[in-house]
Design a protein around this ligand. Sequence first.
Ligand code: CA
Length: 366
Amino acid sequence: MKKLLKGLLVATVALGIVACGEQSGTATVPAMAGAEPAKIYNWKLITSWPKNLPGLGMAPENFAKLVEEMSNGRMKIKVYGGGELVPPLQVFDSVANGTAQIGHSAAYYWKGKVPAAQVFTAIPFGMNVQEMNAWLYHGGGLELWQELYEPFGLVPMPGGSTGNQMAGWFKKEMNSVADFEGLKMRIPGLAGEVIKRLGGIPITMSGGELFTALQTGAIDATEWVGPSNDLAFGLYKAAEYYYYSPWHEPGAVLEFTFNKQALESLPKDLQAIMRVATRAINQDMLDEYTAANNQALEQLVDKHKVKLRKFSPEIMAALKAATHAVMAEEVAKDPAMKKAYNSYSKFFEQVKKYHDISEKEYYLTR
Ligand code: CA
């Protein structure tokens, strides 16, 4: 938030200068007749999502539109769906090397390169979206994230949230922990490591590949997002069991990545507009999911006869125990992961105390 406020301040000051210029009647004001026209920037934004996918895919489209409006047309951003300019899971590298100036993706896709990045998407059994945003904007999380990406010449910013995600689609019923043995499941990030501990085979692939992989049996199960996005992909046609309780992505946060050099070469007001627009999109995506998921779930169950199932307490306990073991191992092998996780955990412990008597109590009583 400090950064955002600083950005707003810079933008206000910049506007102030323009206003003063107008009053004094100097010819240095870009907006005045006869002055140099304002420089137009044409930027590229690459994503990991199919073009215009509801929620995830619309966030970068909305961002581009908002930035163009806020900048009065000085910043034009062309959005590319996954695979249009670069493969969906090469967003990080392609923004770092300047192929595009902005990316929209999820930090946990980069776990092979930057393991600690996963902390900034989701930790199984960790913070929900409200808590994640609080940690990122007011608890030092965003500063740590930016420090982590600094060596790659990237500036990350939160880029939306799906809220709590469904446990996923399974071709068979999951009655016991033993059912995870040999299960080929598309599940990225730390949750994939958890599935591995239960004997499963975690696979990371982009969203666009999911349906075919599930339908052909290349995978036995997949998590994706939640009712709204899962319905759009038609996953119900490839697997009949749809499981909760949510555990693996309790408040998944998406990311915008900016090429640092490109971002810093912009006038200060455009930099501020970028920051403010990411914050607007970060909230808007969550609102869109909250509005859309209910109707989509109804449609899945009533119209498409999806079998909604809940993991047993035994399965949930095994997933939780495996999560603790995975986190202990991850923290022990990577100092950056340790630093990020320590900050995350400390914040989580604190926020939980109040949420246990506020949010949780309210959910149980309303
Ligand atoms: Ca997911």
